[in-house]
Design a binder for this molecule. Structure first.
Ligand SMILES: C[S@@+](CC[C@H](N)C(=O)[O-])C[C@H]1O[C@@H](n2cnc3c(N)ncnc32)[C@H](O)[C@@H]1O
Ligand SMILES: Nc1nc2[nH]cc(C(=O)O)c2c(=O)[nH]1
Ligand code: SF4
Ligand SMILES: [Mg+2]
Length: 236
């Protein structure tokens, strides 16, 4: 079995963002990213500060079982960019055989065929504040390939330029469920209460902005729920 560079495996917790927010889930976070967003809250997956462990899909499942997979029945694959890893396909197949449902978080820059086995796919193209540039042609073909899969768009918003980027996507993909979430510019804040007070303020700002918007009519405005509860803690 091919090995996968894994940065962390954790849970049971709740999915804190997007289309299945509140769902009980386990997380498998792979290492490595083709992006380097200025504000990445998981930069430890790609900046060399934490070292991955190479694990077979079987070893990943053993760890998920030990932590309490049976209490969630759901696994979220995140990173880094989990789509960099072809070998995750074997993990997906094994988990599906056990009737475990799966979600993926990705910026939608790389394709793997195993994506079509995933139950909930979150695509998160990056706004200008990230310093990354979205290739819209590439994104179009990525979305084309998803066909009838269950996917949504989730855009992080820090400022007006990001808001304009989100509107552009909303208009380009009118039939895709659309989520916006406030950006966290204070990922180094270690005081959990201070972090959640700040994040609530950012959430209120985004609600205010979105409710005064006549373009993104059906967009859903969500916070990162886990950060409201646990601040910037890793592994939750
Ligand atoms: C750490 S990323 C990993 C998956 C993938 N690389 C991606 O960006 O979609 C998971 C989610 O966290 C979001 N995110 C990362 N840093 C954030 C921040 N500082 N504030 C709000 N959301 C953030 C990303 O946009 C993405 O939706
Ligand atoms: N609870 C929880 N929900 C999340 N949703 C997306 C996350 C991610 O980092 O991909 C994440 C995370 O790290 N924790
Ligand atoms: S794409 Fe995702 S993991 Fe990669 S740097 Fe950006 S937010 Fe972080
Ligand atoms: Mg996260």
């Amino acid at each position: 079995m091919a090995k996968i560079p894994v940065l962390e495996i954790f849970g049971p917790t709740i999915q804190g963002e997007g289309m299945v927010i509140g769902q009980k889930t386990m997380f498998v976070r792979t290492s490595g990213c083709d992006y380097s967003c200025a504000w990445c809250d998981s930069a430890f997956t790609w900046d060399g500060s934490q070292k991955p462990t190479l694990l077979t899909p079987k070893a990943i499942i053993e760890e998920l079982d030990r932590l309490g997979l049976s209490r969630t029945g759901h696994v979220t694959l995140s990173g880094g960019n989990p789509l960099l890893h072809k070998a995750l396909g074997e993990l997906v197949t094994l988990l599906k055989k056990r009737d475990i449902s799966l979600a993926v978080e990705t910026q939608a820059t790389f394709w793997q065929d195993w994506l079509l086995e995933i139950d909930d796919i979150t695509l998160s193209p990056k706004p200008p504040s990230s310093g990354m540039t979205t290739d819209f042609d590439k994104l179009d073909s990525f979305i084309d390939k998803l066909g009838s899969a269950n996917y949504s768009l989730k855009i992080v918003i820090f400022d007006e330029a990001d808001y304009a980027f989100a509107k552009q996507l909303y208009v380009r993909y009118p039939n895709v469920p659309f989520y916006i979430q406030p950006g966290n510019a204070e990922t180094e804040q270690s005081d959990e209460r201070a972090a959640s007070a700040y994040l609530l303020e950012r959430y209120e700002w985004l609600i205010e902005r979105a409710t005064n918007c006549d373009t993104m009519i059906h967009a859903r405005v969500l916070p990162q729920l886990h950060t409201l509860v646990w601040g910037n803690r890793q592994g939750v």
